[in-house]
Design a protein around this ligand. Structure first.
Ligand SMILES: [Zn+2]
Length: 81
């Protein structure tokens, strides 16, 4: 079973602001998307964002540049429980 725990749950921002999802080769399956609340960095020179689900503050600051973050939404893969 070595490696199976890596399936599909790891994502990160790529340089153009999209996300990259990794699948194990034996478990490729489509992931449904939904409009998801997120926080985006208010700095023009920073494209950091995070899912609202993962924020633990009502108004988080950017972990990259410490600017305030503003609420937004975008289509993201649905997280399985
Ligand atoms: Zn930032």
């Amino acid at each position: 079973m070595l490696g199976s725990c890596l399936r599909s749950r790891i994502s990160f921002r790529n340089p153009v602001g999209g996300i990259v999802i990794y699948y194990s080769k034996k478990n490729v399956e489509p992931i449904p998307e939904e409009q998801t609340a997120i926080w985006t960095c208010s700095s023009d020179s920073c494209s950091c964002w995070m899912r609202d689900d993962f924020s633990f503050q009502t108004e988080p600051v950017c972990p990259i540049c410490n600017s305030v973050m503003s609420e937004d939404s975008r289509l993201l893969p649905v997280l399985k429980p």
